[in-house]
Write a protein of this length. Structure first.
Length: 138
């Protein structure tokens, strides 16, 4: 009986040790592949220009629901490097700045049409892991 109680207490402490730090992180969200993913901040050092996964933020979107857009997320067939982001700034130059963009392919189509510009901001590269279990948009 004493061993069973000791095992239960040890298991509870292990769960608390793992869950505590996760609960303390600052969570946010991004769009990737037409879904919303949770992300959390990470103080990891990412030297300027060493990001590997494309990530765009919007400089002049008027849509209050517009989040950053990533090319990759968990479950992407290839290319995901765990959230080591190469930052780009997306700016509406024409068209409707209230348009909600939720995928990298959609973003690229607006860039190709000339409605958006996409400029690399290597000094803004950062690390921010993306969590699984994406949520549908809308």
């Amino acid at each position: 009986m004493r061993r069973l109680l000791l095992a239960a207490i040890t298991a509870l402490l292990a769960v608390t040790a793992v869950a505590g730090p996760v609960a303390a992180r600052d969570f946010g969200a991004i769009y990737a592949n037409d879904a919303s993913y949770r992300v959390f901040g990470n103080a990891a050092n990412v030297p300027d220009g060493t990001g590997t996964d494309p990530f765009a933020t919007f400089t002049n979107s008027t849509n209050p629901d517009q989040l950053g857009v990533a090319e990759f997320a968990p479950g992407s067939p290839t290319g995901h490097h765990g959230g080591r982001w190469a930052v780009y700034r997306a700016t509406w130059t024409s068209g409707d700045a209230s348009t909600l963009i939720t995928s990298w392919a959609e973003l690229q189509s607006y860039v190709a049409s000339g409605e958006l510009t996409l400029v690399r901001d290597a000094a803004a590269d950062f690390r921010c892991p993306v969590l699984g279990n994406p949520q549908p948009i809308g």
